[in-house]
Design a protein around this ligand. Structure first.
Ligand code: OSB
Ligand code: MG
Length: 370
């Protein structure tokens, strides 16, 4: 595959409802999209950065800069046999996983189309449908949260994850557990606690949670190991896992019993596959996380979650939970039993709606191979 051109754009998309986490409230997303052309075939991907450095250190602005100044020159005009060669081209670049994933993942879409294969199949996917859960933002009061939980369970979702933060935690989780004694229930703190909160965090053990996601510092693995020794609830790491070596450290130290794999956070499909393979070999359950993606990122996530070892319901859910209108056709839909069917091929398996993307584009830049 010869990489002929790359177009980067920003599109503005407003969420149907604001999403509150311990790091703040998100009302809309500036979605960075990559459109990459190789051998006349167009591949798409989404750069899953937030507007500010609130989840990890990347932002819309840093991703754009790194993609333009450092990554684009390394791929433009290059002749590659497979998208799996992209991480090698980027080997000298430190960090900026979400930016790197942007180019690599778009090339995976091209490669799948060129081989007339569904991306899920090209990556080694074996499941015909994936299990879906929902991630619910922090709510004003437990009563409001209970209403939302009931509605999501009626839609069929197989696991409920509650965002928590100090002051909005035990009472909310207790109310949901009391109303639904048997559901798969988890919490995600997005690094809102410290080791000084050990006694407080131990109180979550009474709720029989599937997991507690990233309670401590975003960039810390060792202290999660100290916490896990004192908790019955399994810890799942999200923010702290950037590559397979982090997953290895976490598992060897006993810092996590479950790993959340996010395609952008780990730098793309090759890295996600390494982590998946590593966890599978060690019987560590994994699941696919989400970053409030538009349809393009969502389609990539669906492909990822079809691989072996993604045994727990993930955060990949229906387009209509986030957007009035999505940039893919059909939008992502969830079955009444809480799954997403893996689409037919080739490539992402969804049609990309360029008309909508063009209409919503607020900034665009194209680079061509000389
Ligand atoms: O920690 O998983 C997270 C959204 C934005 C940033 C971080 C996280 C999340 C979610 C939502 O939990 C997942 C989704 O519905 O896409
Ligand atoms: Mg998380």
């Amino acid at each position: 595959m010869r990489i002929e051109s790359i177009t980067l754009r920003k599109i503005k998309m407003r969420l149907k409802a604001p999403f509150e986490t311990s790091f703040g409230v998100i009302h809309d997303r500036t979605v960075v999209l990559v459109e990459l052309v190789a051998d006349g075939i167009t591949g798409w991907s989404e750069v899953t950065v937030s507007n500010g450095p609130i989840f990890n250190s990347e932002t819309v602005g840093t991703a754009w800069l790194i993609l333009r100044e450092f990554l684009a020159p390394l791929v433009l005009g290059k002749e590659l046999r497979s998208a799996s060669e992209v991480p090698g081209l980027f080997a000298a670049i430190r960090g900026h996983e979400m930016a790197r994933a942007g180019f690599e993942n778009a090339l995976w879409d091209v490669e799948a189309q060129q081989k007339n294969l569904l991306l899920a199949k090209l990556l080694g996917g074996t499941q015909s449908e994936i299990k879906c859960g929902v991630s619910l933002g922090v709510q004003a009061c437990p009563e409001k949260l209970l209403e939302i939980v009931a509605a999501e369970l009626r839609s069929g979702y197989q696991r409920i994850k509650l965002k928590i933060k100090p002051g909005k935690d035990l009472d909310f989780v207790r109310a949901v557990r009391k109303a639904h004694p048997d559901i798969l229930l988890s919490v995600d703190a997005n690094s809102a606690y410290s080791l000084a909160d050990m006694e407080h965090l131990k109180r979550f053990d009474e709720f029989n949670l599937l997991m507690m996601e990233q309670p401590l510092w975003w960039d810390d693995i060792a202290n999660h190991a100290k916490l896990q020794k004192n908790l019955r609830t399994p810890i799942c790491l999200d923010e702290s896992i950037r590559h397979v070596r982090d997953a290895e450290t976490a598992i060897e130290l006993g810092a996590a019993r479950i790993i959340n794999i996010k395609l952008g956070r780990v730098g793309g499909h090759s890295s996600a596959r390494e982590i998946q393979g590593f966890c599978l070999a060690r019987n560590i359950p994994t699941w696919c996380g989400g970053m409030l993606e538009c349809g393009i990122g969502r389609a990539h996530n669906i492909a990822v979650a079809s691989l072996p070892g993604y045994t727990l319901p993930g955060d990949v859910s229906a387009s209509k939970r986030y957007w009035e209108e999505d940039v893919i056709d059909p939008p992502v839909e969830v079955t009444p039993h809480g799954t997403i069917q893996i689409p037919g091929g080739p490539g992402l398996g969804y049609h990309v709606r360029r008309d909508l993307i063009d209409r919503w584009t607020i900034e665009k830049e194209t680079w061509r191979a000389s």
